[in-house]
Structures are given as structure tokens and as C-alpha cells.
Write a protein of this length. Sequence first.
Length: 164
Amino acid sequence: MSSPPPDTPQVLLEHHLKALRMPTMLREYDKLARTCAVEKSTFPQYLLRLTELELLDRDRRAVERRIRQARFPVMKSLDSFDFLSIPALNKTLVLELARSEYLDRRENVLLLGNSGTGKTHIALALGLAACGVPGKFCTSGSETNWYGRSMEWASRGSTRLSRL
């Protein structure tokens, strides 16, 4: 591997930021440097602001990626849920679940009820609230189908092995 030709520090910096996969720093370093120069910020203050921008953007992209990977069929929030239409629903409990503390305790949430009682809406809203943690949305029907297919694939595999 040959070394890069001697270029200006700016070109090398941009190359290094690309290689280190720091797109926000690459995009913002020059503009932020000018702003910090006007504000007479110290170099550590400039660097702190620049790295904070990168971290915030990485966190945002991670949340977006987790939402895509969860494969939510639609986006729902508790703000749009009509708690008054289902008076038997414990609103306090649902809002407590939205804080996602059950994840730290490694507890599961199971939503049961008749059709049209908001189970899917609440599940989607809780999933979005917990989007800081990797996960996948599924209905009981989709999980049952997946389990059935897995068992079928496993039995096919054992049949093929027994023939050998």
C-alpha cells in the first residue's frame, strides 16, 4: 500500500475523517471552527463541541436503524392513543411501560385482549419508546408462522441427514 501524496492538512484531515467513518465531523468541522473562532472558544471547547455533534448524530442514526430493523408495520405513539375509548385499560401502567424500565429488569410485556382494544397500537408505541434498544416487532400470528416454518425446516434437515 502506497502512502498518500503530501497534500494540504485539510485534504488529509478529510481523508482521515472519511476513513474513521466520522461523517458529521467531516461535514461540520470547518463551519464549527469558524463559529468557535468568532466566539473565541478554546481548542478543547471546539473539539468537545465537534465530538458531541458526532455522537449525537450517531445516536440518531442508531435509533433510525433500530426502527427500520424492528420492521414496524406503521408508526404509532401513545400521544395518538385514545385512552378514553377503553376505560378498563390501566393508563398509568401503559405510561410506566413507555419508560422502558422493564427492559433493564429483563421482563417481558404481553398484551392480551379482544380485537380492537388497542393492543397493536400500544405495542408499536412501546416499541418506538424503546427504540434505544435493538428489537423486532411481531404479532402472535407471525411468530406462530415462523415457529412452524422453523420446525418444518428442522425436520427436513434431519430427514436429509438420516438418508446419508
